[in-house]
Write a new protein. Structure first.
Length: 88
């Protein structure tokens, strides 16, 4: 799955302009603030670990500490893509 340019802009605006808050849960999609159209999915949230997968030709799951998922290192660069943007 890849985003359209419009979906990417809408997701960035939703996060950075409208200040949307995100509490990651299984099934959620997200992108990054990079200049690309890549999409990742939260596969599971178990205990203190969030498991994610790349939606296109992924190399397998990635595991992230739940406490740091949105705040440390790469975390602040994650941008939630809610269903209403995906379905637009």
């Amino acid at each position: 799955m890849k985003l359209t340019h419009k979906q990417k802009l809408e997701a960035l605006a939703y996060r950075f302009y409208q200040g949307a808050e995100w509490m990651p849960k299984a099934g959620d999609y997200y992108t990054t603030s990079r200049a690309d159209l890549e999409v990742y999915q939260v596969f599971s949230v178990k205990g203190d670990v969030i498991e994610t997968v790349y939606t296109e030709n992924g190399t397998g799951p990635s595991f992230w500490p739940k406490e740091e998922f949105l705040t440390e290192g790469f975390g602040p660069k994650r941008v939630w893509v809610p269903d209403f943007i995906l379905n637009s």
